[in-house]
Write a protein that binds this ligand. Sequence first.
Ligand code: URA
Length: 226
Amino acid sequence: MDPQRRAHYLSALGVEQWQPRAPVPVPVAAPAVSDEPGAQWLRLREEVAHCTRCPLHAGRTQGVLGVGDMHAGWMVIGEAPGAEEDRLGEPFVGRAGKLLDAMLKAIGLARGSGVYIANVLKSRPPNNRDPLPAEVAACRPYLARQIALIRPKLMLAVGRIAAQNLLGTDQSLSGLRGKVHAFGESGTPLIVTYHPAYLLRTPADKRKAWEDLKFARDLYQRLGAE
Ligand code: URA
């Protein structure tokens, strides 16, 4: 039957014609946010790259998250990126970084293998001044997330600023060296040594830094044996 006649009969019978309805929107589930460590690292990197939590973002070239082995047993933590780190986006790549690499090599570690390197601050303070408490507080969640993802067996704080901020103390570096501290809620063992930039200025203290590294290496071996 032709459609017009069919419509005529149907309306005579009082039957409403079927009308195409507007498509019903099918709810699309929001993409699930993955909790996989790889996805968490990606998010962390993105957040640090776009971070504006403190005024340092205005003067930096880029945020410097960290570098190395994401399954490392060791985590080395310094203070903040300097000029070279800000330019290249990697911690400890200037002169102090070369010395840090040599220190790590002396205990059998290499950047990218067995160790992850990060800083308390992810943005460079102007003229390499000390981090302000508000900057440290703003940046702390990033470092906390890095530590939670890596779950290092041992943390090595290099320099007074890193050590004091990680341990929440104002004790001097000499007072903090030579002891095993417990970091935060996890209680991860933490050892304190000199900052390599200080050692470049004061090479006579390299011997004491070597004592710290041997102390840390011995502890790490014992932790591994447990
Ligand atoms: N000093 C630090 O504490 N961290 C760096 O990344 C470079 C120099």
